[in-house]
Write a protein that binds this ligand. Structure first.
Ligand code: MN
Ligand code: MN
Length: 460
């Protein structure tokens, strides 16, 4: 390339051409830890519970309203066990703003209905109501495991995990054999498998008596033996079926990671690791692991909930600072995954703008759909700040856009942060097969979002 071209043109470079051996080793070590964490963090509740254990090891203590706080103090607040806020108090006053990184820990999945169990033709099933945007045909004929809680009338809560450990039974949704599928195969992919057709097979052996629903009785009696619950207890349960795939390396070069729930636990884990590395920051650092992003950030544990204001105003009040002044001067990295360009489906992408695997953090100035509808659209100044920060700190990154104009679209928590008068930009890991039961990410990109969040936390 001529000097003039090099000087004037913008050209993306593969991340592997821009790292040294030392960084390559750091990527491997980081990703080993991430894979182990993702393997045991299959729901928002499990991600939050695991994060709390690690946070306490890293010196974080539960925040108690009114507790005195000084620079370097590390506190966390669990919002009903389904979302988590952590903070490391900065040397500067909160009137100068905080540095926030926000990721979500919920992922698309199949929720069990409240009246879920039934027997049909001597087979027993759970009925489901899917959660988040998923392609239903991807969820049949794959092994499923069960996670969640049953809240009892007594006030006690029973934790349930079946199928995660080797040797435990798993579950499945059946599909038609091709021999008899000629009518099904004429349907569109959206219609071939229906929402009410996502019924999970959970048993087939009848109870040894003469009554009705003998298979269901046998299954229910097993659950009663294991957890001391009855069918009525499902009314107040939150149980989800998640893919029973282990997280693993992908490719002969082992450069990628396959697994369920990279969206968005890959960024959640990065934020955790980054805030654990922060000691006495200039500005207060806040790490958010939120729930309900996949269904619009609604609900008391989603980013639209006032739980965030409650936590932040507590921190502000301890310094005599008005929350609105803190928000106005804060910066938020909305760390959420983005679409990676897939050469198998180039028709949905505009290659110049799409993020590529192994090119580093994908920075989305805007998301949305149909002419940038429902996006916060970060200002040019905020993008310039990211350019400055990431270049200075050696964070490999690229611009990202979710597909061709009018091809579809999406959203993140960014718009709910910007509504609070906080400068916000999306930045995250490019994903192949996003929202599938088995998603793929590049190891290099996983590490770079960690580096990116840490750079923001440590910026003066
Ligand atoms: Mn996401
Ligand atoms: Mn998503």
């Amino acid at each position: 390339m001529s000097d003039l071209r090099e000087k004037l043109f913008y050209e993306k470079k593969n991340g592997y051409d821009r790292i040294d051996t030392k960084e390559r080793l750091a990527i491997e070590a980081y990703c080993r830890d991430y894979m182990a964490w993702l393997n045991v963090s299959r729901t928002e509740r499990e991600a939050v519970a695991n994060a709390i254990v690690q946070a306490e090891e890293a010196g974080f203590v539960p925040y108690v309203p009114g507790m005195p706080l000084k620079a370097g103090d590390r506190v966390y607040k669990s919002n009903r066990g389904k979302s988590l806020m952590l903070a490391v108090i900065g040397k500067k006053s909160l009137s100068e703003g905080s540095v926030i990184a926000g990721a979500h820990v919920d992922s698309p999945r199949l929720d069990l209905k409240q009246v879920t169990m039934y027997e049909s033709d001597e087979l027993c099933f759970f009925k489901t109501h899917y959660y988040g945007g998923l392609k239903k045909y991807q969820w049949v004929t794959i092994p499923l495991e069960l996670h969640g809680v049953v809240a009892l009338k007594s006030g006690e809560t029973v934790d349930i995990v079946i199928g995660r450990e080797p040797g435990e039974p798993r579950f499945v949704i059946t599909d038609l054999l091709p021999h008899l599928a000629q009518d099904q195969m004429k349907k569109t992919m959206a219609e071939g498998i229906t929402g009410e057709g996502l019924n999970i097979l959970i048993g087939s052996a009848p109870y040894a008596d003469e009554g009705k629903d003998r298979v269901k009785l046998a299954v229910m009696s097993i659950l009663h033996d294991m957890y001391d619950i009855t069918e009525e207890d499902f009314l107040s349960a939150e149980l989800v079926a998640a893919p029973a795939y282990d997280v693993c390396e992908i490719g002969l070069d082992r450069s990628m990671i396959g697994g369920y729930g990279h969206d968005d636990r890959v960024c959640a884990y990065a934020e955790l690791r980054a805030i654990f590395d922060v000691q006495e920051p200039e500005r207060t650092c806040v790490c958010l692991l939120v729930d309900k992003e996949e269904i619009g950030s609604e609900g008391v544990t989603g980013m639209q909930s006032a739980a965030f204001e409650c936590f932040m105003s507590d921190l502000c009040e301890s310094q005599g600072v008005a929350l609105r002044h803190c928000f106005e001067n804060s910066f938020c990295l909305s760390a959420d995954v983005t679409n990676a360009f897939d050469p198998n489906y180039p028709e949905v992408s505009e290659k110049r703008s799409e993020s590529m695997l192994n090119y580093g953090v994908g920075v989305c100035k805007f998301t949305g759909a149909r002419g940038k509808y429902t996006t916060s659209d970060a200002s040019a100044e905020v993008v310039a700040y990211i350019r400055r920060l990431f270049e200075r700190e050696g964070v490999l990154w690229q611009m990202a856009e979710l597909g061709k104009v009018d091809q579809g679209g999406g959203g993140t928590i960014a718009r709910f942060m910007s509504k609070r008068n906080i400068d916000t930009i999306d930045a995250g890991v490019p994903v192949l097969s996003m929202h599938a039961p088995f998603e793929v990410v590049g190891k290099l990109d996983c590490y770079m979002i960690y580096k990116g969040v840490l750079a923001a936390y440590l910026d003066k």
